[in-house]
Design a protein around this ligand. Structure first.
Ligand SMILES: [Zn+2]
Length: 882
């Protein structure tokens, strides 16, 4: 089986083409010179720019520097072939030249200064590597690099990708890239020879060092590079996986996936007889262990740890098998499905397919390509996601272009630089069509231009053939993938039903296709409901290869939460629906009847969910942008215990909100803080435990202005972290009154909330200025500022009106709270309450009182609870339907 390279393929699908164009524009808006900044510093060369890039590429604080530069080189190398515009190609090439020349120069200069470390190239000093080996590092040698080998893997892979990319394009740069990589491989070998304990080093994430070094060895055939590669093989882990042991729970997900890409690479490289001679007989025998480990790993991940989008992990980790509902809903749904993981799973998947021809790998590939990769890019500007929340109520959050550079931005630029690399494979006389996206592919040895026109809306793909040179073409045989998402298919050759044979998930056409002939295939995709294994009612929909997402509007669409090092993630809007409440008993078994296809001009497909309380339209997740969404919803029966629980949970959240007069929790040095008139001196923001904070240093301060309107008492609540217990600050209210605040160590949990009654005389026409001043070396970190109406929930029931939709109230007895009601057809009762957090029970069922509730003939007891959810009042509705 051979691959067909992207240089032969021109993408014409408008969505995918735009995604690729976005990527190329993004790459060309950056400069290799600037990425070389830190590399030159390390090599004692004068940097080419005044400063380097920031975000994860920074050097002054915790960083991953060099990682993005490596991805950038790989993306340039890939995009060069994907891009067809001559002018843009030239610019991509130029960035590769600069990068490679820069590394060559840095490598040479470093060797002059440190001959014993010849070959080393990096954006950080070697002390970072000493540190992961467990050596003592002096303060001045600290580099604050979290995962140095991970970053170096990206650099090595980037150089090798440029070498491969430019082999037939620009030999000089190609060879230079290989030379630098090879000398770097020598350095790694020398370092490994001195390594006392490789396991210590392997405990820190090291990306795909084994993969890149096996690749290097296959190019250089140097025994040293092979030895270096084996240092990064975790044979113990591979053995366990080869025995199909699921040792993944608790492990950092994206640390594991590249290890298996590397294991498979070892297996692949040594399929070649030329390389086998490097191995002992015992090593040859053991090769199958690497293959089995990669296959089993894939099975374990895909079967037990993967959502319908193809994504895996929560908070970057694998948890217990089949705990996907728990992970997305209970643990913390902000950070499911790191996008890096899907990028790497697709690498592994593609290689497994090439070795096994097992069709399920391509099914996974297609599903993940669409619903995790294409879905991760903002079509407007090409920026990319880190985590992809799977639950309901979330927004998509994308990286900023130049001051974040997350891992997922790195794998992201690679993903979008090779969008067509798995569209076709070639097997003997057959061209295998793997994916159905419009494109044109040149098959030079057959003198053929094959045009695939894929009408994804109508599920029809046509293939036509023309001659590249104008001369006669050599006919080809097509094999079209028969995806699992279609119920049936019909295939025609020149409008006549074609003869075919089904094999390995493909439709092998028996007759060749020649010039001006057309093949047409029509699919009949179906709608599918899927759920997680730990909760059959946590469900999502798929139509054909598309995972559907429910559109939930644009409330707070640009909000984000901090997570990890400088990472931002989507937020869940708690008031938006995360349940689908079925109002008919047969909904589940007949969901295909109730999911009604509708036409939405801007969407590929759309379904309206009928007989569901929440009015939701489902469209493909991948094209959902600028809108809050839900992928998995909790499917509940109307009035069931789970439906009532969901209502209760929302009401509890609402009543917290009802107490709030003004608040600030998002210390972002941006819109949120400036909206409160932020001013400061010697102060900074940061994030800790998933929350943002602000603090001031000695002699420093920060201040905000809040508008607070209340006739009654006003309380100020400040949130701190327990670690800061004992720290103090001076709080100045309206520049008049100073209070000393000391963080107490009371209560439970990570965060501590302290409340203070505000002197009403200080409320100046409804605004109040708070100044937080350091009275010691630094203030405690302030994680939240909230003005509250009260410290307890209201105990008054404020029923404004009972409304009857279609019908009327015929009699009311206010002394007994009895209402006589006549309902006409489709009529119902709505309860209007001043406090939305009040609970309304009808016939002992907690209901959503804002929706018309039909009632049968007879008496219906109603109980309404005040926001304290304790004080109650009984009512009686006597209903007659007419
Ligand atoms: Zn990532």
């Amino acid at each position: 089986m051979n691959t067909i390279k992207t240089k032969a393929i021109t993408i014409t699908d408008s969505y995918v083409k735009r995604a690729q164009d976005n990527l190329v524009q993004y790459l060309l808006s950056m400069k290799s010179e600037k990425f070389l900044f830190e590399v030159f510093k390390v090599a004692k060369l004068k940097p080419l720019t005044k400063e380097g890039y920031q975000g994860w590429e920074r050097s002054n604080q915790i960083n991953f520097r060099g990682h993005f530069f490596g991805h950038y080189m790989s993306a340039l190398a890939l995009a060069y072939h994907a891009e067809k515009d001559h002018y843009l190609k030239k610019q991509l090439l130029e960035q590769m030249r600069v990068a490679v020349a820069g590394f060559a120069q840095a490598q040479e200069n470093y060797a002059l200064h440190y001959p014993e470390s010849a070959g080393y190239i990096s954006a950080f000093r070697e002390s970072a590597l000493d540190e992961v080996e467990g050596k003592e590092i002096s303060a001045k040698d600290k580099e604050n690099v979290l995962v140095p080998w991970y970053n170096l893997h990206k650099i090595l892979a980037g150089l090798l990708d440029i070498h491969e990319s430019l082999k037939a394009i620009e030999i000089k740069t190609s060879q230079e890239a290989l030379k630098v990589a090879s000398q770097f491989g020598d350095y790694i070998y020398n370092r490994m020879m001195k390594l006392a304990d490789k396991n210590k080093m392997l405990q820190i994430e090291y990306g795909g060092m084994n993969d890149a070094l096996y690749h290097l060895f296959a190019l250089t055939k140097k025994k040293e590079h092979l030895i270096a590669a084996t240092y990064f093989d975790e044979d113990e882990l591979f053995k366990q996986l080869a025995k199909h042991e699921n040792i993944l729970p608790g492990k950092h997900a994206n640390t594991q996936i590249p290890k298996l890409i590397g294991a498979l690479k070892r297996y692949q490289v040594f399929q070649d007889d030329e390389f086998r001679s490097f191995l002992s007989d015992k090593e040859k025998e053991k090769l199958t262990v690497y293959f089995a480990a990669a296959k089993n790993f894939w099975d374990i991940v895909v079967q037990n740890h993967t959502y319908c989008t193809g994504g895996n992990s929560q908070s970057e980790h694998f948890h217990e098998p089949n705990s996907l509902y728990y992970d997305a809903e209970i643990r913390n749904g902000d950070c499911t499905c790191e996008t890096c993981n899907t990028h790497n799973m697709l690498k592994l998947t593609r290689n497994l397919y090439l070795l096994t021809k097992d069709a399920r790998y391509l099914d996974y590939y297609e599903r993940t390509y669409i619903n995790a990769i294409l879905a991760s890019q903002n079509p407007l500007d090409g920026m990319m996601m880190y985590f992809q929340p799977m639950g309901a109520g979330y927004n998509k959050v994308y990286n900023r272009p130049y001051d974040e550079f997350w891992c997922c931005t790195g794998t992201g630029v690679e993903s979008f630089a090779k969008l067509a690399d798995t569209y076709y494979f070639q097997e003997n006389e057959h061209i295998l069509v793997n994916l159905y996206f419009s494109n044109e592919v040149r098959i030079a040895n057959k003198n053929i231009q094959l045009v695939q026109n894929s009408d994804r809306k109508n599920n029809i793909a046509t293939f036509t053939i023309s001659s590249i040179s104008g001369d006669e073409v050599k006919p080809i045989y097509l094999a079209l993938r028969n995806p699992t998402w279609t119920a049936t298919f019909e295939v025609f050759r020149n409008e006549v039903k074609a003869d075919y044979e089904l094999k390995n998930g493909f439709i092998y056409l028996k007759q060749p296709v020649g010039e001006n002939e057309t093949i047409l295939i029509k699919f009949t995709p179906y709608l599918k409901m899927v759920s997680t294994k730990d909760n059959p009612n946590f469900i999502a929909f798929e139509y054909g290869p598309y995972v559907l997402a429910g559109g939930l509007g644009t409330k707070n669409i640009s909000a984000d939460n901090p997570n990890g090092i400088m990472v931002r993630v989507g937020t869940k809007e708690r008031l938006l629906p995360d349940t689908l409440t079925m109002t008919t008993a047969d909904w589940r078994e007949n969901f295909t009847k109730y999911m009604r296809p509708i036409e939405r001009e801007d969407k590929l497909i759309a379904f309206q969910a009928d007989h569901i309380d929440e009015q939701i339209i489902f469209t493909p997740y991948y094209e959902m942008h600028g809108e809050r969404y839900g992928i998995y919803f909790k499917l509940v029966n109307a009035d069931s215990e789970t439906a009532q629980e969901a209502i209760k949970k929302k009401k509890e959240w609402v009543r917290e909100q009802e107490l709030i007069l003004a608040e600030l929790h998002n210390f972002d040095e941006n819109n949120s803080e400036y909206a409160k008139n932020l001013a400061y001196n010697l102060s900074e923001v940061g994030a800790f435990w998933g929350k943002r904070y602000r603090k001031a240093f000695e002699n420093g301060w920060f201040s905000y202005e809040f508008s607070v309107h209340s006739k009654a008492n006003v309380y100020l609540q400040l949130d701190f972290h327990r670690e800061d217990a004992g720290k103090r600050l001076d709080l100045i209210l309206n520049e008049q009154e100073t209070q000393t605040i000391i963080v107490s160590d009371s209560g439970e949990g990570e965060f501590i909330s302290q409340q203070h009654l505000v002197n009403k005389a200080l409320l100046n026409e409804g605004t109040i200025k708070l100044t937080f001043k350091a009275s010691e070396r630094e203030t405690p970190r302030v994680f939240g500022i909230t003005f509250l109406k009260s410290l307890s929930f209201e105990n008054e029931i404020k029923l404004k009106q009972i409304e009857v939709t279609s019908g009327h109230i015929t009699h009311t007895d206010f002394s007994t709270n009895e209402y006589e009601i006549t309902l006409l057809q489709n009529g119902g009762v709505i309860f209007h309450l001043e406090n939305e957090s009040s609970l309304v029970y009808v016939d002992n069922i907690l209901i959503d009182e804002t929706k018309p509730r039909p009632l049968a003939d007879g008496s219906h007891p109603v109980t309404i609870y005040a926001p304290d959810h304790r004080t109650k009042q009984e009512y009686l509705l006597k209903v007659e339907n007419k």
